[in-house]
Design a binder for this molecule. Structure first.
Ligand SMILES: Nc1ncnc2c1ncn2[C@@H]1O[C@H](COP(=O)(O)OP(=O)(O)O)[C@@H](O)[C@H]1O
Ligand SMILES: [Mg+2]
Length: 246
């Protein structure tokens, strides 16, 4: 496989095996290319390897076999410093639980990663205001997490993930704790942001109605991609290898 310039993520024969005694093959030879700006969902049953795959892409864990290339950098050969730089500068994370700091306001929570990245307080303040406005919370800047709903807190978490302008945003069951309506709102918002800022979004969900908000759906079963669907207009077309897998 040759790298193409617009492939921001390239996975080649990626496997992850957990355990010393009883071994679990959580990922089993995954090869995948994701283009810059793509809006991708990863779906599959519980225990199929979705989080493991996302953690590999997010450089939170290392593969047992295979290669990961992010922005043309082979991360398996990168130094710990380079991996940390990629994680801090190129990746944004949103998890099932928002992990906001309870004593901080929405504004302060979103400013935090920018201050850590040595941006000035004035710049961080301005950008945090803009980001919170873009997730529909321009009027809740000074609210703390316990003063906001679950859906609002997840929107703060999305704003925080975008703070340092990462090229890749990953979300693992980020609406897992929300009701259907709030989940739909968050996915609509992410779709809008993805179109506007052309960042790459990769979202894990087990909810197909949410996955169908994206442009490309990868289905994982037993650590393998068994099917892929791509948006064409309002519909999804199934790639031909799905029939063979089913
Ligand atoms: N840290 C770990 N140690 C051992 N096994 C793990 C670990 N993390 C995940 N697994 C196993 O790997 C498989 C895939 O897990 P995971 O990626 O969390 O699936 P999903 O996110 O699709 O529910 C499961 O069988 C799970 O039990
Ligand atoms: Mg998971």
């Amino acid at each position: 496989m040759n790298n193409r310039d617009d492939d921001i993520i390239v996975l080649k024969d990626l496997s992850k095996i957990y355990g010393d005694g009883v071994q679990v093959r959580a990922l089993d030879g995954i090869s995948l290319r994701i283009k810059a700006g793509e809006f991708v969902a990863i779906v599959g049953p519980s225990g199929s390897g979705k989080s493991t795959l996302l953690n590999m892409i997010g450089l939170l864990d290392t593969p047992s076999q295979g290669h990961i290339t992010l922005k043309g950098i082979d991360v398996s050969r990168a130094s710990p410093d380079e991996r940390a730089r990629l994680r801090n500068q190129e990746l944004g994370f949103v998890f099932q639980y928002h992990h906001l700091i309870p004593e901080f306001t929405a504004l302060e929570n979103v400013m935090m990663p920018m201050l850590i990245a040595n941006k000035s307080k004035a710049e961080a303040h301005l950008r945090a205001e803009e980001l919170l406005a873009s997730v529909g919370l321009g009027d809740r800047l000074h609210s703390r997490p316990n003063q906001l709903s679950g859906g609002q807190n997840q929107r703060v978490a999305v704003a925080r993930a975008l703070a340092n302008d990462p090229s890749i945003v990953i979300g693992d069951e980020l609406t897992g704790n929300l009701d259907t309506k709030s989940s739909q709102l968050i996915y609509n918002l992410l779709r809008e942001l993805n179109r506007k800022i052309n960042q790459t979004f990769i979202l894990v969900t087990h909810d197909m109605t949410l996955a169908e908000k994206t442009d490309r759906i990868l289905r994982i079963v037993d650590g393998k991609i068994v099917c892929e669907m791509k948006r064409v207009g309002e519909d999804f077309v199934t790639t031909d290898y799905c029939e063979r897998a089913e």
